[in-house]
Design a binder for this molecule. Structure first.
Ligand code: GLN
Ligand code: ZN
Length: 761
């Protein structure tokens, strides 16, 4: 049986791309050197896949920042303000990704969005009325030929035109209808060119097909592909979907002239049924996504072979075993993990181990009827992992979850009453200023942590250093004039891993990095067993911070839904069950902070939306109906005067505002600066009761916002949010920023708040 991989990680086993890009941004290396690193990473991935006998290996799955951005650039979807900077091609690309501030000008980055249910951020292409769509690059050709020169024949993967059109933002009067023909034509040109260069297969990734589709959407899809497929000549076209099933479009896409269709059999709840009921055309290859591209557990061979067997019985050798999505969403390899013992690693499979699984499964499926001793042993070994794996079970935790009462989900008294009590108690000025929690994780901060981890310094030295940092950070915040003080989160590597480390039931990796956006990677911890709080987690740092200032100090926690969503979850119990376990653990910490005199506690739910089903009809029943109560469970035990904040970022919230209000926090801060202020209109429409701090500037770019710019943003906010409910803060934590720009930005932020205060008083 042939195997296929949708895409391979590209950041490098040791995050080589991240480090090279960062050097390039700082001007420490030249473009050629960065390009050289990129080429080595591509070669590495191709070679690994080739060694594993993968028949369908992708090229053009590499990106310096993001594939959607690559595709936009390929088709000349580059807003004028970036072109006008007069930078080199690669610099323009990075200006779109990260913003630009320098001698050639000052522009913000394009917006980023997590369009699908992963932690990966896509860049949002902006199409304005002047955009002239045409082929303006050679990336797909270059990468195809580069692979070929290395002896690797690839399928060239492209983000599909339908998905691109649907996800792009139209900033002028024109809309999809005005651009679809030009884009279709441009894709035809690229595909034709690839055919000329000898490509046998082109893969078009149309992930948008797994969302809810209207009749209009389907008509658009058909119109585009009727044209593209009519001109495809010798090249074969694979329509690839992932992250769900294509229930709205199944019959339409299978009746088009694609040569192969890739379906997700894991996250696509209805995929099997669709294929069963409606069958699948005999003339097409069925790329069956059965090896999980998102989770890190070993594949259960019995289950997969069972499915393959029934697919093969129907469709014969046209079935190709595929990953369920790009392997971009999992780390490189277990080989980098030196600390986890075999007891753990035998249950895990990262990208490279998944390649081995593809290979083993392919052999096993071929000899299924004939019997083969070596393969049988592999099968037996695999199956042992799925019998009697008792994941550090903890009966007490299970009983506590079973004993949660309805009333445990409700905080009393209700919001309006609490709001009054808190205003009186805290005595903050109008438009209070604060930050989201972390301050720059500068080299000294990281070094201190690393040295402690390696045992090079004592715990006492480690703690002393952090205390000094906290004291300095608080002095800085007082100097700047911020109203609600944070301790700076210097003890945290990551907002989820840090909590995982203090919870029972977690295991950790050393190098299991997954790309989140651009050069930013995360290292999700793994939920191995039942979760509970082993010890107090943040109390000592918050208490120390409180001792450094008379201003209110905000304690910082990560919420249960985010901890779950940014961990690799178990597959043997439901994510709801795991989340409730985590919620109880964090609830213990909340009460501990309160008992230790912390009056404001922020419970971050940055990733609340991450596992929101892609189809609206499933939102509440499958997810929000337990995720929102899980948050409430964490906060419901505190006194009325304790103010609960929450923070969310980087996704669309506009359409789940009622659910966010139902979290019943006292204050919510969120990202609003890189996208437009739509969300504020939605707050107004929904009579949002919670106080809000819409981020007034984008912290994901090193650019320093001016006072005027912030004032202007705040004025727009005031039109939509009552003065007494408006907070002033950056749009996310400052940990990725440097000291200098952080201070300058915050000084401007406080000045802007003061300007506003003087206007209302
Ligand atoms: N409190 C966290 C911080 O400031 C929040 C991070 C996030 O939302 N991603 O870093
Ligand atoms: Zn954030």
């Amino acid at each position: 049986m042939n195997t296929s991989v949708i895409g391979f990680p590209r950041i490098g086993k040791n995050r080589e791309l991240k480090f090279a890009s960062e050097k390039f941004f700082k001007g420490e290396i030249r473009e050629e050197e960065l390009r050289q690193t990129a080429a080595e990473l591509r070669a590495y991935g191709w070679k690994k896949q080739q060694e594993a006998g993968v028949k369908f290996i992708s090229s053009n799955d590499f990106s310096f920042y993001d594939n959607v951005l690559d595709t936009a650039v390929l088709f000349n979807i580059v807003p004028k303000r970036y072109k006008e900077l007069g930078l080199t091609e690669l610099e323009t690309y990075f200006a779109m990704a990260r913003g630009y501030q320098g001698d050639k000008g000052n522009v913000k980055a394009l917006a980023m969005k997590k369009w699908f249910n992963t932690n990966y951020h896509y860049i949002v292409p902006e199409i304005d009325d002047d955009t002239e769509i045409k082929v303006a690059g050679t990336k797909p050709y270059d990468e195809y030929e580069e692979a070929k020169a290395l002896g690797v024949e690839t399928k060239v993967s492209l983000i599909g035109p339908f998905t691109l059109l649907k996800l792009a933002k139209y900033t002028g009067k024109k809309n999809i209808n005005d651009f679809k023909d030009a884009l279709t034509e441009a894709y035809t040109v690229v595909i034709g060119e690839l055919a000329k260069k000898g490509a046998a297969w082109v893969e078009v990734d149309e992930a948008y097909l797994v969302r809810d589709l209207s009749a209009e959407d389907i008509a658009l899809f058909k119109e585009i592909y009727d044209k593209i497929l009519a001109k495809k000549s010798s090249v074969k076209i694979l329509l690839q979907t992932y992250f769900g099933d294509v229930r709205d479009a199944y019959n339409d896409i299978t009746s088009l002239d694609f040569d192969g269709i890739g379906l997700d059999f894991l996250e696509g709840r209805l995929t099997e049924e669709l294929v069963e009921k409606n069958s699948f055309p005999e003339d097409k290859f069925l790329f069956a996504g059965l090896v999980n591209g998102k989770n890190i557990w070993k594949n259960n061979y019995a289950k997969t072979l069972d499915k393959l067997k029934s697919l093969k019985a129907k469709f014969g050798d046209k079935v190709v075993l595929n990953t369920s999505c790009s392997l971009l969403h999992v780390p490189y390899t277990l080989e980098s993990e030196t600390k986890l013992t075999e007891d753990y690693t035998q249950h895990l499979a990262f990208a490279e181990e998944k390649l081995a699984e593809l290979k083993e499964l392919s052999v096993l499926s071929d000899i299924a009827d004939k019997g083969n001793v070596a393969a049988e042993t592999a099968f037996q070994n695999n199956q042992k992992l799925f019998h009697g794996r008792v994941n550090s079970e903890d009966k007490a935790v299970q009983e506590r979850v079973a004993g949660i009462k309805e009333s445990d989900y409700t905080r009393l008294p209700e919001f309006n009453e609490r709001e009054k009590i808190q205003k009186e108690r805290l005595g903050l000025p109008i438009f209070p200023t604060t930050t989201i929690g972390s301050f720059p994780q500068t080299a000294d901060v990281r070094r201190n942590r690393q040295e402690f981890r390696k045992g090079l310094i004592s715990e006492e030295q480690y703690v002393e250093f952090n205390k000094k940092k906290i004291a300095d950070c608080i002095a800085l915040q007082e100097e700047i004039g911020l109203d609600v003080i944070v301790h700076g989160e210097f003890e945290r590597n990551d907002m989820v891993e840090y909590f995982g480390e203090h919870l029972a039931g977690y295991i950790f990796t050393e190098k299991a990095w997954v790309q989140s956006y651009g050069t930013r990677c995360v290292k999700p911890p793994i939920i191995w067993g039942d979760v509970s709080r082993k010890e107090s987690i943040t109390v000592k740092w918050s208490k120390f911070a409180k001792s450094c200032t008379d201003k209110p100090v905000k304690g910082m926690l990560t919420g249960p839904v985010t901890i779950l969503n940014w961990s690799f979850p178990r597959e043997d119990i439901s994510i709801k069950e795991s989340t409730l376990q985590i919620a109880l653990a964090i609830r213990d910490e909340v009460l501990d902070l309160e008992a230790n005199g912390i009056d404001i506690i922020q419970i971050d739910e940055a990733a609340l939306r991450e596992k929101l089903p892609l189809r609206r009809s499933d939102w509440y029943s499958e997810y929000l109906d337990w995720a929102i109560p899980a948050f409430r469970l964490v906060a419901s035990g505190v006194r009325p005067e304790t103010q609960i904040h929450t923070h969310m970022c980087y996704s669309e919230f506009t359409d789940i505002i009622p659910a966010i209000d139902a979290m019943d926090a006292d204050v919510i801060t969120f990202e609003a600066s890189r996208s437009d202020l739509q969300i504020l209109d939605s707050l107004k429409e929904n009579n949002f009761k919670t106080e809000v701090g819409p981020g007034v500037y984008d912290i994901h770019s090193p650019r320093v916002p001016s006072v005027e710019e912030i004032v202007e943003a705040l004025r727009k906010m005031r039109d939509r949010v009552e003065d007494k409910k408006l907070w002033v803060n950056p749009d996310c934590g400052l940990k990725t920023r440097g000291d200098k720009e952080t201070k300058e930005s915050l000084v401007n932020l406080v000045k802007a708040a003061e300007t506003l205060r003087s206007e209302v008083q």
